[in-house]
Design a protein around this ligand. Sequence first.
Ligand code: HEM
Ligand code: HEM
Length: 187
Amino acid sequence: LDAEAIERGKASSTTCVACHQADGSGMNIPGGESWPRLAGLDRDYIVAQLKAFKDGSRNNASMLAFANMLNDEQMVDVASYYASLPVKANTPPAVDEAVLSHGEKLATHGDWSRYIVACTTCHGVGNQGNGSVFPALAGQHPGYIAQQIKAWQDGTRKNDPQELMATIAKRMDENDIAAVSAWLAAQ
Ligand code: HEM
Ligand code: HEM
């Protein structure tokens, strides 16, 4: 990460703090639209998402407006800034042990009877992310994780390479989504 890019990105992030917070930790909004944690995400992953909001392959009204305000260079700057921030511990949701263990099973082993591939296969060891293609899921907000899986199910997010996430999302039911989101958020 380039120190000057981080400085420039910090200056332009003032328009993002209303939702993503000054420390980039975002916010879980149960029953509403959660704001993802951006702190510590991969720079090039963030840039790819901003471009996806701009070109509509990822459909979100708030983010369309903010991505539209950034040119390519400003995207790299603001992404450098968020990538440089430390990840803060999340507040895990209070859910039953049985729900958590179902979530853990899906995340670490998958469910081959339904062709649900374990999240760690792609999202990296401990679901901490793997390069610029596979974002970290560990410690992300549960509301946001669930929101994204549903967005792939209903087709409002269609920017994933090779439809990797769309395919898996469509094999998951409501219980799976709640369980895997809760478990991942607590990691
Ligand atoms: C998602 C960046 C401003 C609300 C995202 C994501 C990025 C991002 C990179 C995707 C994260 C991921 O895929 O893990 C930014 C930047 C901003 C900004 C750089 C300032 C220029 C805002 C503001 C709001 C907002 C002000 C609220 C009005 C959201 C929401 C999502 C999101 C709701 C999730 C969208 C979805 O469900 O697909 N933002 N954001 N953002 N942001 Fe922002
Ligand atoms: C992105 C969940 C398994 C490939 C994501 C995101 C979530 C998610 C919530 C969005 C993160 C964000 O916006 O910050 C899961 C869960 C899984 C799983 C719960 C296990 C049940 C997999 C597997 C693959 C994969 C097995 C590969 C075959 C991807 C890719 C993206 C992604 C490529 C980024 C898409 C993009 O660029 O927009 N996943 N995932 N995921 N996932 Fe998964």
